[in-house]
Design a protein around this ligand. Sequence first.
Ligand SMILES: [Fe+2]
Ligand SMILES: [Fe+2]
Length: 274
Amino acid sequence: MSDLHVGEGLFRPELLSAAIREANELAPDLVVIAGDLTMEGYRNEFEECKRFLSELACGHVVVAMGNHDARNVGYRHFEDFFGARDSVTTVAVSEGRAKVVAIDSTKPDLDEGEVGREHYGWLDAELRGWTEGPRIVVIHHHILAVPGTGRDVNNLRDAGDVMAILRELEVDLVLSGHRHVPYVWSISGVRVVHSGTVSTLRVRGTMPPSYNVIEIDADEVSIALRQPGQGSQGEEPLARFARQPVTTSSFYPELERFVRYDRDPLSPPPAARA
Ligand SMILES: [Fe+2]
Ligand SMILES: [Fe+2]
């Protein structure tokens, strides 16, 4: 789930309580909160959000920063209530262990996001060679445009670099929010899954407040859309795809030709320096 936006205005606490109750009924292996916990990044909003999220019974709750949480120096409060803004979690799943890497893609007081070159090497170190189970990345901002959201703004400014890295690292799932519309893209073997806003009326068009339920088994990943308060009765399928990524393309140049995070692009290539 994402875009809780606890605070003044269009936040609806009864929706968040319902989503948390329903999440507890599902008893999932993992609950991901993909950013925008608050409206303005104020400490009292984080405090209230923490009160809600402490009701989650799940042993693994991964919380990522959203752009609203970085307003008014809110990232300091985020750290106080939810810990590091970048985090790595491993979760026991039927096929072994999933690795979940949550990245802070925010910049203080800006609505747009950026993973940033300083994160690229870290992402690589965490995910390259992880063979024990699914590789999951959590980023608040959208890497790919989300339909039904009007003019595309505030996307991840280094989306191209990040997409190339996710492809290279064979990331299974990217969990994002930000646009308040649920949607799924599958591109070059990477599945980018957006959740809508779970607990506000900050919706777009006819899409209601919602959260996603993701099931991964040996053969398949299925994603269902739920509206808080309606439980399984209101559930509708959102997307389904093979557990093993299907890509119709091969791509040959090395990542370093496009994304260089360990060397000055103007310095001669290693071969020329030797
Ligand atoms: Fe949001
Ligand atoms: Fe956002």
